[in-house]
Each structure stands twice: as C-alpha cells, then as structure tokens.
Design a protein around this ligand. Structure first.
Ligand SMILES: Nc1ncnc2c1ncn2[C@@H]1O[C@H](COP(=O)(O)OS(=O)(=O)O)[C@@H](OP(=O)(O)O)[C@H]1O
Length: 293
C-alpha cells in the first residue's frame, strides 16, 4: 500500500546528498518502483533519550509504508567519519514510496548533528519525543543505577551542595532536559514545520492520538490506530495487540517502563523551579504547551 503522498521524499532520494560515487549507485536503482533498495532516511527520531523513542519507533513500524532500522546507528554523532555510504548501507531495504527511518536519541543534544543532517538532506523530517525533563532525568538516572550499582545518589549529583546548593545543569541527566537550548540549534538549520514534537506523556495515555499526528506529519495514511493498542495493566503501559496473521501481542522490554528510583520531594521541587523558565521558552519555540510546570 504505497500512497501517492509519499512521492515527495522519494524525489529527494533520487538526488543523493553528496559524493559522485553515491550518485552513480543511486542512478542504478532509480525508476525501479518495485525493487527494494537501501535509501537514506526521510525521517529521523532525534530524541530525546528516555522520552519514549523506542515505543514510537515500534509503533511506526506497524505501518506498511514505513521501514525503520531497529538499532540506533549513531551516525551523525559518533560514526560520521564512516561516511554516507556506510550510513546508507545500515538502512533496511525499502520500496519506492516507503518512508525510511532511524532513531538515535542522542542526536538532539549533540551540537554538531544539526548541520550534518542538513548537509545530507534539507527536506528531512525530524521527530522529537519530549517528556517532563524531571521525570526524564529520573528515568535516565534509574538506567545509570541499573548499569552501575553504587553510583552516588540522584540528589548529590543533581545539586552542587546537596539540595541546598545550586542545580548542576551540566550533569547529563539534567542537561538533556534543557530542551529549548538544544532546539535552538536545530532551528538554526531547519524550519519549524520540519520538526514534529511527540508528547511523551500522551504517547503513554493516548498512543493512537499521538500516532495519528505523527502519521499526518510524515504524510502517511492513518493506518496505525487504536485498533493496534491495548493497555497492559501489569506493565502500566500500552502494548501492541497481535498484528493480523503474525506473532503474539507484545509489550516493550523490561528496560522500558521501569520503576523509578525515589527522589526527595525537595529535590523535585527545586528542579521544578529550575526548569520552569526553560520549559516556558521551549513551549514558545515549539508552539505547544506540554503542561509540565
Ligand atoms: N508503550 C510503552 N511501553 C514502555 N515504555 C514506554 C511506552 N511508551 C512510552 N514509554 C516510555 O519510554 C521510556 C523509554 O524511552 P526511550 O525508548 O526513548 O529510551 S532510550 O533513550 O531509547 O533508552 C520509558 O521510560 P521509563 O518509564 O523511565 O522506563 C517509558 O516511560
């Protein structure tokens, strides 16, 4: 099912991003509507870490016009020196008209990434799943503790002198939550219409609603709908129903939807104060109130 609205991204792909060698490889595949080939992505999920990026990618993969890489390639932030040919070779094969995607949440916060993405494609669509920066930070820290037991407490890392001291905004779990600062860099390279924000909390409470907006943004027919989801009470998250003629119903893995480390209410209060102006600025830039204050 390849809808006509998907023609535009394919045009960009017939004009490869750079290097002559890539041009000749692309020419070989052009015009073969029915032959799957490896293409550069039309859309990227660029962040944010712990925002719900895996859930979004898995939900999008239900769509027959989406082909998405399962792993995170980290091309623009870590492996850029490997070159565009390498990047394309990582992509799943796609038919003409199918949207190719990948997700690497670190792209959102790495300063060099926006210019690199733009050098590959001016028309690429960018998706950012955002979540209350405080919950996001606690989720991030919970993951750190699970990998490195015995790390200092959240409170001692988040504040320079315990909760009485100032916030350490350079501590990665807090720095990632300064969404306005990161977005500013993307907006220096891409128009706002090319960036879509997914409300991380709503992705949990109303996955079909959020998926409807994402499919519209990508120019896809609304095929992923409430028929695909059920709320799993044990997990406390939406999971996927059994797709027609295929595997079992499934939820995301154990590392998604973890019980969070408990953080002192005073620390949360101070972080709420700290993020308040940053959040307001982000709402203005994104043109949407996410309701975290
Ligand atoms: N349907 C569903 N199932 C499970 N988890 C869900 C779902 N939708 C959103 N989430 C939230 O996704 C959070 C993990 O975010 P990411 O996938 O972006 O994490 S990562 O950056 O790739 O590690 C994860 O964070 P934690 O709850 O802190 O584990 C979830 O809150």
């Amino acid at each position: 099912m390849l809808s006509a609205v998907l023609r535009a991204p394919t045009e960009y792909l017939s004009t490869p991003p750079s290097a002559g060698t890539l041009q000749s490889q692309e020419a070989e595949t052009s015009g073969k509507d029915w032959t799957a080939s490896r293409r550069f992505p039309h859309a990227l999920i660029i962040g944010v870490k712990k925002g719900g990026t895996r859930a979004l990618l898995e939900f999008l993969r239900l769509h027959p016009d989406v082909r998405a890489l399962g792993s995170e390639p980290h091309f623009f932030d870590r492996h850029y020196a490997r070159g565009l040919s390498w990047y394309r070779s990582m992509m799943p094969k796609a038919l003409d008209g199918q949207i190719v995607m990948e997700k690497t949440p670190r792209y959102f916060v790495t300063p060099e990434t926006p210019a690199r993405v733009r050098a590959m494609s001016q028309d690429i669509k960018l998706i950012v799943v955002v979540r209350d920066p405080i919950t996001r930070a606690i989720s991030d820290y919970t993951q750190i503790v699970s990998k490195t037991p015995g790390v200092p407490s959240f409170e001692s890392l988040a504040f320079k002198n315990g909760t009485a001291g100032s916030v350490d905004a350079l501590w990665s779990p807090l720095h990632i939550g300064l969404y306005a600062r990161h977005l500013e860099r993307w907006l220096a390279h891409f128009p706002p219409a090319q960036i879509h924000f997914v409300h991380g909390e709503r992705l949990v409470h109303d996955p079909a609603g959020e998926m409807g907006r994402v499919q519209d943004f990508l120019g896809l027919q609304r095929i992923v709908t409430d028929k695909h989801f059920y709320f799993n009470k044990t997990k406390g998250f939406p999971c996927l129903k059994k797709p027609e003629g295929s595997s079992k119903p499934h939820c995301l893995g154990k590392t998604k939807g973890r019980l969070h480390v408990r953080v002192q209410p005073e620390a949360v209060r101070k972080l709420r104060e700290f993020y308040y102006p940053h959040n307001l600025r982000f709402y203005q830039m994104a043109g949407m109130d996410f309701g975290w204050q």
